[in-house]
Every structure is written in C-alpha cells, then in structure tokens.
Design a protein around this ligand. Structure first.
Ligand SMILES: *[C@@H]1O[C@H](CO)[C@@H](O)[C@H](O)[C@H]1NC(C)=O
Ligand SMILES: *[C@@H]1O[C@H](CO)[C@@H](O)[C@H](O)[C@H]1NC(C)=O
Ligand SMILES: *[C@@H]1O[C@H](CO)[C@@H](O)[C@H](O)[C@H]1NC(C)=O
Length: 244
C-alpha cells in the first residue's frame, strides 16, 4: 500500500518538475456563466491575439434610440507566448487576464485617426505601418495582422504575419461578465462572440474565432452621439482555432 502511494507521489513530482519545459494546455476563458460552444473536436489553437481598435456604430434617432453596430477595425498582436505557464515568457494569471485592459488603457489606438484625439479612423487609410505592441515592461507583442470587415460585410482577420486568414460569420454571443472593463467611454464591454467559417473557401488555416475577455467597445446612446457614424475603442482576446 505504502509503496503504491509513494510511486503515485513520485509520478506527480515528476510531472510537476517536467512541466516548466512543456507548453501549457490552452484553455478558452469562461464568462463564469453560460459559455459559447467549444471549438470543433479536431481543432487546435493556432494563435491567441490581442485585438486593439474600434467598434463602429451608426445612429438614426428617427428609427431607434440605440445605435446599430456596423463593423470593427483592429490591429492584431500575438499574445500566445505570454499564456500563463508558457516556459520563460508566460505571464502570471492575473496579468494575462487583464492584458486586453492593459492594451486598451496603456497604448494609443493603433489606427490612423480621422481627427487627432478622436476615435474614428481615416476611412481611406486606417492602418499605420505594422508595428509591435509595447505594454509596460513586457516583451513586445508581435504584430500579427488586421481585423476589418470585407466589402460584403464579412468579418475578416488577416493574420498576414503568419499567412493565416479567417473570413467568418457570427455564430453565437454571450454578454460580457458584469465585472468586465467598461472601456474608455465607460459604455461597457461588447459581447463575447463565436464566429465560424461559412465554407466559402476564403479562410486559410482557421475555421473558428472567439472574441473573449472584451474591454470596452459598447455604443454610446444616440441621444449623446446624435445621428450618423461613430466609433468606440475596444481591446480583446481573439482565439483562433483551426484543424491540426
Ligand atoms: C487619410 O489618409 C490619406 C492617405 O494617407 C490622406 O491623404 C488624408 O489626408 C487622410 N485624411 C485625414 C482626415 O487625415
Ligand atoms: C469603421 O469606421 C472607420 C472610421 O472610424 C472606417 O474607417 C472603417 O472603414 C469602418 N469599418 C467598418 C467595418 O465599419
Ligand atoms: C452555430 O454553429 C453550429 C455548429 O456548426 C450550428 O449547428 C448552428 O446552426 C450555428 N448557428 C448559427 C446561428 O449560425
């Protein structure tokens, strides 16, 4: 009996001391309540990105007092090496969990702005030259690519730095947790989202995208903005999954 216990204990110790060299298991964050569906069974995590940019809205107060969402624009940075438990580069869990907030509050919007100090991007030339994201004293998060809506309105993630692409449609949403970062304008966090490839052959290596741990991005009321287009800053994690 005793020896069996000792053997079991020795096995545990071996796992624990081996783990610093092994990549961690990447576990999609939970809202703490009802969660989005799990990724397809044979998928693996291709990248975890920080997205930092704007959510677009339009108001037509004759039709509704609340803004309707019209799209988004964001720059994507590779957060994968900082996942807790990653040998050498992994962050402490609390630092990881607040990485979207750190990007939102700690870095200027990585877009060419239409008006200095505003949140709207230059329509014809929204993205500056690729640059890594520097947050505090962390190692820089490498530039991964861009998130935008294609001309036909399809949410698109072009991970140009690694040759992957997701052209996806919204499958499901969950409200952000009540304690989510309400963002620069204090309007609240937009919902967590599951997006899937609709099978049009426009994606490369990615078939499932999650937007989770969102900070900011929710619309102001139309009574505040007046009619027309406006943009609200946000940052989030995007988890990209694809076949092995
Ligand atoms: C938007 O970008 C274009 C191309 O770089 C530039 O010519 C134009 O002046 C910019 N517009 C604003 C409002 O900054
Ligand atoms: C979002 O708004 C910006 C202006 O702030 C514009 O440049 C961009 O094309 C818009 N994108 C979408 C998808 O609505
Ligand atoms: C969401 O994805 C599941 C699994 O592919 C599918 O069965 C369901 O019809 C999708 N729902 C919507 C609203 O797209």
């Amino acid at each position: 009996m005793v020896s069996a216990k000792l053997i079991a204990l020795a096995a545990l110790v071996a796992v624990a001391s081996a783990s610093p060299c092994k990549p961690p298991v990447l576990t999609l964050p939970s809202t703490g309540g009802s969660d989005l569906a799990a990724p397809p069974a044979n998928d693996v995590v291709k990248r975890i990105a920080i997205g930092h940019g704007i959510q677009n809205y339009t108001c037509n107060s004759a039709v509704s007092p609340t803004a309707s969402a019209t799209g988004a624009l964001a720059v994507l940075y590779d957060a994968t090496p900082f996942y807790p438990g990653t040998p050498k580069t992994g962050l402490k869990q609390a630092a990881w969990d607040t990485l979207p907030s750190a990007a939102l509050w700690g870095s200027p919007l990585p877009l060419n702005l239409a008006v200095p100090g505003g949140y709207a991007a230059n329509e014809s030339n929204p993205f500056p030259s690729p640059a890594d994201l520097v947050l505090g004293n962390m190692a820089p998060l490498k530039f991964l690519g861009h998130h935008y809506f294609a001309a036909d309105g399809t949410p698109t993630f072009d991970l140009s730095a690694i040759g992957l692409k997701a052209s996806v449609t919204k499958n499901d949403t969950r409200p952000a947790p009540a304690n989510a970062d309400k963002g620069i304008l204090g309007t609240g966090a937009v919902a967590w989202v599951l997006l899937r490839d609709p099978g049009l052959g426009r994606s490369i290596g990615i078939d499932t995208v999650y937007r989770v741990v969102v900070a900011g991005g929710a619309a102001q009321p139309c009574s505040v903005t007046g009619d027309g287009h406006f943009s609200v800053p946000y940052a989030t994690f995007y988890w990209f999954y694809g076949p092995k």
